[in-house]
Design a protein around this ligand. Structure first.
Ligand code: PEP
Length: 247
């Protein structure tokens, strides 16, 4: 039985003091959740957020990492830095990073491997554009992202990681994938993992849906057989996240 996981992606929002305030608002609202609850926050917010959620059911994650251990990579953040600051999770390959910062599947793969090597749980994102969906190549595209993203990753490590299916056309648009669309792709991701690895690995990996999840649609999405929770952007910055975490 897979435990659900609901993660907030704060993106480039919340100064450190605003971040602490938001934690104070959300802590009681997510306290009763039966899911794993994760706040993925901007790098500068990690230390104050870890401090603010100490002793609660909330874990903290980064929004990105660099695949080298350390050195002359101005502006980047390493897996060791995230770990030492108190992170357990890290988002890798979000579509905004793929689009604005030109992250390829090969780079995503290096980052996933680095996160696992260091003991962070990657939340590896994948998702198709509207054009790809209209061309009817969604499942081919997603399968390619999964296969390259997981190249060289052991089955035992895949079983412990999280994959987030986030159709690009649904992110931040208010247009949520239908429950059927979300389940179809999440199911296809699980089948792809069964093909590459084995049934046991596919049954263990947790697959989230992300893309305009809100307090009104979360429960139905999360009740699908292959959807193990959500990666939540906009709604993670307000009290609605409490409803979503309890969905
Ligand atoms: C996201 O950025 O991961 C996301 C799902 O955003 P939103 O919930 O705002 O669509």
């Amino acid at each position: 039985m897979r435990k659900k996981i609901v993660a907030g992606n704060w993106k480039m929002n919340m100064t450190p003091s605003q971040a602490v305030e938001l934690c104070e608002t959300l802590k009681p609202l997510v306290a009763g959740s039966e899911a794993d609850v994760v706040f993925c926050v901007p790098a500068i917010d990690i230390v104050p957020v870890v401090e603010a959620v100490k002793g609660t059911n909330i874990e903290v994650g980064g929004e990105n990492l660099y695949f080298e251990d350390k050195g002359a990579y101005t502006g980047e953040i390493s897996a060791d830095m995230l770990l030492d600051a108190g992170c357990k999770y890290v988002i890798i390959g979000h579509s905004e990073r793929r689009d604005y910062f030109k992250e390829t599947d090969a780079i995503v793969n290096k980052k996933v491997k680095k996160a696992i090597e260091k003991g962070l749980t990657p939340i590896m994102c994948c998702g198709e554009s509207l054009e790809q969906r209209e061309q009817g190549i969604t499942l081919d595209w997603i399968r390619m992202q999964i296969k390259i993203g997981l190249q060289g990753v052991d089955a035992a490590d895949v079983a412990k990681m999280v994959i987030a299916y986030e159709p690009i056309w649904a992110i931040g648009t208010g247009v949520t994938a239908t429950t059927e669309q979300a389940q179809e792709v999440c199911g296809a991701i699980r089948e792809c993992i069964a093909e590459i690895y084995c049934r046991e690995t596919a049954d263990a990996v947790r697959i989230q849906y992300g893309g305009s999840v809100n307090a009104g649609n979360a429960a139905e999405l999360f009740s699908q057989p292959d959807i193990d929770g959500g990666l939540v952007g906009g709604a993670s910055l307000k009290a609605d996240f409490g409803v979503i975490a309890n969905a």
